[in-house]
Design a protein around this ligand. Structure first.
Ligand code: ZN
Length: 181
């Protein structure tokens, strides 16, 4: 493990990280409170200059979030009213009954010993949600509302993220790196 002498802030997640000999932010994971449309795994700010010295990627991040807020999310919201959900039973591991859901994007590509997915008829899906849901229209309405809320949450999330990142740029860009004790 090479010794680093300074710390700096990541341009993408904002967290304080070790700076490598090359002067870049060391590899680190990304764990901003689990939004599924955001990247997970290695933070995109790894191996880039710290925010103290460069703001290009932070600005790009903000621009991308604004694109989502202004263009992609409103477009998705406009499509919700015609969204026709399909329903699946999702069994994880050894579970007997599983859960019925419409959005299975989190499970795509998982091996079959981990998760088993079966598409359901609309009648079977209604059966699962009884007595709250008793007909197809109500079931479709339920799914559309969930989707709408998810998109609205995404807009809020990206706005919060942008505010926080902009504040960091204003406070940190052009300031010195933090020396190790
Ligand atoms: Zn980061």
């Amino acid at each position: 493990m090479g010794k680093h002498t300074h710390k700096g802030n990541c341009q993408v997640c904002g967290r304080l990280q070790a700076v490598t000999k090359k002067g870049n932010i060391a590899n680190h994971g990304y764990d901003v409170d689990g939004f599924r449309h955001m990247h997970v795994g290695t933070c995109q700010g790894s191996q880039k200059k710290p925010l103290q010295e460069e703001r290009l990627y932070a600005d790009e991040q903000i621009a991308y979030n604004n694109y989502c807020i202004d263009i992609l999310c409103p477009r998705a919201l406009a499509n919700v009213s015609s969204y026709m959900p399909k329903f699946y039973r999702v069994k994880k591991g050894g579970s007997v009954f599983g859960r019925v859901m419409s959005d299975i994007s989190n499970y795509i590509g998982m091996p079959s010993w981990k998760v088993q997915i079966t598409e359901l008829s609309i009648e079977d899906a209604i059966g699962y949600f009884r007595p709250t849901i008793t007909n197809e229209d109500a079931l479709i309405e339920r799914e559309r509302n969930i989707r709408k809320r998810e998109i609205e949450d995404e807009i809020k999330y990206r706005k919060r993220y942008n505010d926080a990142l902009q504040k960091m740029i204003d406070e940190l860009y052009g300031t010195p790196l933090i020396p190790n004790e």
